[in-house]
Design a protein. Structure first.
Length: 124
């Protein structure tokens, strides 16, 4: 290839990936906002003593526990997302390698066919 970058192999795939990443960012932002709202609601309830706690300290402990649970859930979701992204990257890479090998194989096949034709033409 002379000059320039290789042509984009899969613009539709790139577009899908960009859309999926945008959607994931929006979902993550919404999830964080829900988590923050939940923590604030629990904090407010704890301050008022509405959580069904006997004391302000117990209410604060409950609020802390809820917040820890929310954080753990968020980190679990993040880990699952990272695993899914890694698997997808691996799948994309394998697909790219498979396509590359297929192209190389077909090129060799074409060369062999052309060589056979040259031999046949020379043999006449």
């Amino acid at each position: 290839r002379v000059g320039g970058a290789a042509p984009r192999a899969d613009p539709a795939g790139e577009r899908e990936r960009a859309e999926r990443e945008k959607r994931e960012r929006e979902e993550e932002k919404a999830r964080q906002e829900r988590m923050l709202r939940g923590a604030k609601a629990v904090e407010g309830a704890a301050a008022k003593g509405v959580v069904g706690a006997d004391s302000r300290q117990q209410a604060q402990q409950q609020a802390d526990q809820v917040f820890r649970d929310l954080k753990k859930q968020a980190s679990d979701e993040q880990r699952q997302r990272e695993v899914a992204e890694r698997r997808e990257r691996e799948r994309d890479e394998l697909s790219r390698l498979r396509d590359q090998r297929r192209k190389e194989f077909l090129a060799k096949q074409r060369e062999a066919e052309q060589e056979r034709r040259r031999q046949a033409a020379a043999g006449r």
